[in-house]
Design a protein around this ligand. Structure first.
Ligand code: 13P
Ligand code: SF4
Length: 306
């Protein structure tokens, strides 16, 4: 039997021996953070994926993230930490549906949240993430934008880029939309001095009440730099745990006990161990034409996102 520390030490030894880069999304648990080469939000992970020098990349997160790594680094072996870790939002719209919508709106630039399948990205123009969406939409020349699939994130972008004509479709993150105005009222009542920090995947009526809105790492940076001592966190609850490690002198409270992404939480430290050993996870294999076409969308994001 291994202790957490022993298993982590073994993973760190094996990743060096086998030349594996471990990329970890911020919604993974803290024991997994501690063995990472890089931890970040979706945008940071995409940038890092393009730069990793190792021959194998292990993505601890969900499927679209591992696909993004493969799209950017086709020569690398890319492993998804748990074969069943998908993103329900990524499955909400497919290429056929969006091709039909594009026929109705031929003058629109199709902006796809990175939380989409590779097949869907092949019919889109540019990807965005929560931390890059506003800047990228501003940088697109066309005033007409079709933003998919997250209408809450899309509305948040539209509010900040009023000069664009942004059309939205009805999609979103089932984890973040669980948080309600009632949750805000109850949390503020319980913690009247705390600042409310929320992710833009939340419902607009919830983000409207926040002191800060931003991506996962945006929320973490804000909490770390702020002089305030208490924070209500309106995103996946692992961020509450990570912030507690980063700033033990401050207090962090979840906006809702239910804001847990069960797909992100499928991966355990044992899965990471088996992946670096070469017996776990799933290797990402992708059709070359899909990879190339979806890659246009992701590379445009990296160019316009700066
Ligand atoms: P960010 O990583 O851009 O904050 O997005 C959150 C998310 O839902 C990832 O799946
Ligand atoms: Fe998908 Fe939401 Fe989970 Fe992110 S938090 S992976 S958007 S379901």
């Amino acid at each position: 039997m291994y202790s957490t520390r022993e298993l982590q030490d073994e993973i760190i030894r094996l990743k060096k021996e086998k030349d594996v880069c471990i990329l970890v999304h911020a919604y993974q648990s803290h024991d997994i953070w501690e063995v990472a080469d890089y931890v970040g939000d979706s945008y940071g992970l995409s940038r890092q994926a393009a730069n990793a020098s190792q021959k194998t990349v292990l993505m601890c997160g969900v499927r679209f993230m591992a696909e993004t790594v493969k799209i950017l680094s086709p020569e690398k072996k890319v492993i998804l930490s748990h074969k069943d870790a998908g993103c329900p939002m990524a499955e909400q719209m497919d290429a056929e549906l969006i091709s039909g919508v594009k026929e109705k709106y031929p003058d629109y630039t199709v902006v796809a949240y990175i939380n989409t399948t590779s097949e869907l990205k092949t019919v889109c123009d540019v990807c965005v993430t929560s931390s890059s969406a506003v800047q990228i939409v501003k940088n697109i020349e066309n005033p007409n934008i079709l933003f998919i699939p997250d209408c809450n994130l899309g509305r948040w972008v539209a509010d900040q880029v009023p000069e664009k004509n942004i059309k939205l479709l009805q999609g979103g993150c089932p984890t973040h939309v669980r948080m309600s105005v009632k949750d805000v009222e109850e949390a503020k009542k319980a913690h009247p001095d705390a600042l409310l920090l929320v992710h833009p995947e939340c419902l607009p009526k919830v983000t409207a009440l926040a002191d800060y809105k931003g991506s996962t790492t945006g929320i973490m940076d804000y909490a770390k730099k702020s002089d305030a001592k208490e924070f209500i966190i309106g995103t996946e609850n692992s961020i509450v745990q990570h912030l507690q490690f980063e700033c033990p002198e401050k207090s962090f409270y979840p906006l809702s006990k239910d804001c847990v992404c069960h797909n992100m939480k499928l991966t355990t430290l044992g899965d990471v161990y088996r992946c670096v050993l070469g017996t776990g996870g799933e290797e990402i294999v992708m059709d070359e034409e899909v990879r190339r076409k979806a890659g246009r969308c992701i590379n445009t994001m990296l160019t316009l996102g700066g």
